[in-house]
Design a protein around this ligand. Structure first.
Ligand code: CP
Length: 326
């Protein structure tokens, strides 16, 4: 096994990130974000090795508590913890005592009594993860809370952009689609603004939050105008499960106006890259041909970066808990 990556990872003690929890991008400085991205960069190389086991979190217990469905986030947090040597337990929420009426906080306190070191939580209510973090003794990572934040998604997106375009500062990034329901959009807007990128959001008025213009972004309703000369096109999933009213006329019409195809993409910079956090609704917000075009699509790389970013976050939080002595 090539151990050179391990020593370089363990040598990175100059972490600027100092939080006990990662609850959101809001409040993180550019230096903290850069520090997490740099640490994750080491893990990208490490994850491409044949053998992928470290002892960084040996003896630590990580519980993944997902109240909403997930493929990418839960799997990558599990892999991240295991590759760092933690004991990882995925809580089976569907068969837990939540079904018998136990509350979120009672569930959290019950798990807390088992002395975990890290709790990774996804919940359908905005603010639920922060509330839980106030009640437990361990570090808490927000794996997505309602329409509020999905901080590790924004970090992995930033790492993907930085690796492909060299930097974040000065880039123009268009975030397109269902902004209203998207915690991914919110975390990305916060991160990209902090890192000096220009952000455009493109959506029909029905899929924008109130006061979208106060988010520090340029707002467009026309895809072709909004995509003009952008460096990155970040598509969002239509979150049909969160729509309580008819917010789009029809799926076909939505794709006609807001679905990313080669025709609309032609308005972006010739070197523009396409991203999507997944899961995708193919043919609704993005054409399959664009999503699968390896010359422009970074979607698979986003998934790969997800493991590295989550390793960096778990590592950084455990360093903070142990007083930075690792
Ligand atoms: N992007 C994302 O959060 O995907 P999952 O819902 O599959 O975790």
């Amino acid at each position: 096994m090539n151990t050179s990556h391990i020593s370089s990872i363990e040598d990175q003690n100059a972490l600027v990130f100092t939080g006990n929890h990662l609850l959101g991008i809001e409040g993180l400085s550019a230096a903290e974000i850069t520090s997490l991205l740099d640490l994750a960069e080491s893990y990208v190389d490490f994850n491409r090795q044949e053998e992928k086991s470290l002892t960084t979190l040996c003896g630590r217990t990580q519980i993944n508590l997902f109240f909403e469905s997930s493929t990418r986030t839960q799997a990558s947090f599990e892999l991240a913890g295991k590759r760092l040597g933690a004991d990882v337990m995925n809580m089976a929420v569907a068969s837990s005592s939540i079904n018998k009426g136990e509350t979120l906080l009672d569930t959290a306190m019950t798990l807390n009594a088992m002395q975990p070191n890290l709790l990774v939580v996804r919940h359908g209510s905005s603010g639920a993860v922060k509330l839980l973090a106030q009640k437990v003794d361990c570090s808490v990572v927000n794996a997505g809370d309602g329409q509020h934040e999905h901080p590790t998604q924004a970090l992995l997106d930033a790492l993907t952009i930085r690796r492909n375009l060299g930097c974040l500062e000065g880039l123009t990034v268009a975030i397109c689609g269902d902004i209203l329901h998207s915690r991914v959009a919110r975390s990305n807007i916060l991160l990209l603004n902090t890192m000096g990128a220009r952000v455009r959001i493109i959506a029909p008025p029905t899929l924008l939050p109130d006061h979208a213009d106060r988010l520090g972004v340029e707002v467009f309703h026309d895809m072709r105008k909004g995509l003009k000369n952008v460096d990155v096109v970040m598509m969002l999933r239509l979150q049909l499960e969160r729509m309580t009213a008819a917010l789009i006329p029809s799926r076909r019409e939505y794709f006609h106006h807001y679905g990313l195809d080669y025709d609309k993409l032609a308005y972006a910079s010739p070197d523009a890259r396409v991203m999507h956090p997944g899961p995708m609704n193919r043919g609704m917000e993005i054409a399959s041909a664009v999503a699968d075009d390896l010359n422009i699509s970074l979607i698979h790389e986003q998934v790969e970066m997800g493991v590295a970013i989550r390793m960096a976050v778990l590592d950084a939080l455990s360093r903070e808990r142990s007083g930075g002595d690792q």
